[in-house]
Design a binder for this molecule. Structure first.
Ligand SMILES: CCCCCCCCCCCC(=O)SCCNC(=O)CCNC(=O)[C@H](O)C(C)(C)COP(=O)(O)OP(=O)(O)OC[C@H]1O[C@@H](n2cnc3c(N)ncnc32)[C@H](O)[C@@H]1OP(=O)(O)O
Length: 158
């Protein structure tokens, strides 16, 4: 079994899901610019509790839209652990419904809506702890083989 296959799973309900790799902008623990997302499985959902900090500011006190998109994109990347195959973003759509505030805790959740061949149609939302939804998203991911990740660095550890 390859390291990629081992990382992909399976992962039981409730399990903490492994970072994509240590330097990943979304979830890598060793990336000083990263969001350090910590994600677990809740049934068919992947879920994170997240606080944007001053590194992610756009308008004063408000998270940059690109930072929110980054986190959503990375969260979708955890659905591959439920699908059991690697997949990458082909299309990402974000609806910014309300400002995402710096220093405020949000629940992020994502799920696979449906699959058609290699295409995974996925959706996500960002919800404040008072229940208000700050952002929703849809995306299309496309499954790839392990060689996809060796295009830039043939010796990639993924
Ligand atoms: C453990 C850790 C490891 C895994 C680590 C994972 C890390 C995850 C990190 C978070 C996520 C990311 O940031 S991922 C990084 C950002 N994304 C990328 O770099 C991807 C760049 N794009 C690509 O490499 C390529 O375009 C691919 C692989 C996505 C697809 O290329 P392809 O393989 O040639 O496939 P292609 O024929 O073009 O399209 C496949 C199918 O999708 C359809 N399709 C294409 N676009 C759309 C669309 N917008 N809406 C609907 N359908 C679409 C096509 O019609 C086709 O359908 P049909 O004709 O077959 O029916």
């Amino acid at each position: 079994m390859t390291a990629l296959q081992q990382r992909i799973g399976p992962h039981p309900d409730g399990a903490h899901l492994p970072a994509h790799h240590e330097q990943c902008l979304g979830c890598g623990v060793d990336n000083p610019h990263g969001h350090h997302l910590s994600v677990h499985r809740e049934g068919d959902l992947v879920v994170a509790t997240h606080v944007f900090d001053d590194r992610h500011v756009g308008a004063p006190g408000i998270a940059h839209g690109g930072a929110v998109a980054t986190v959503l994109d990375d969260l979708y990347g955890f659905l591959l652990y439920l699908v059991g195959e690697p997949a990458v973003t082909r299309q990402l759509v974000v609806e910014y419904l309300a400002p995402v505030l710096i220093g405020t805790t949000y629940r992020l959740e994502a799920r696979v809506d449906r699959r058609e061949g290699r295409k995974l149609f996925v959706n996500a939302k960002v919800t404040a702890l008072d229940g208000r939804t700050a952002a929703t998203s849809t995306a299309v991911f496309v499954t790839v083989d392990a060689e996809h990740f060796t295009q830039a660095r043939p010796s990639s550890a993924i």
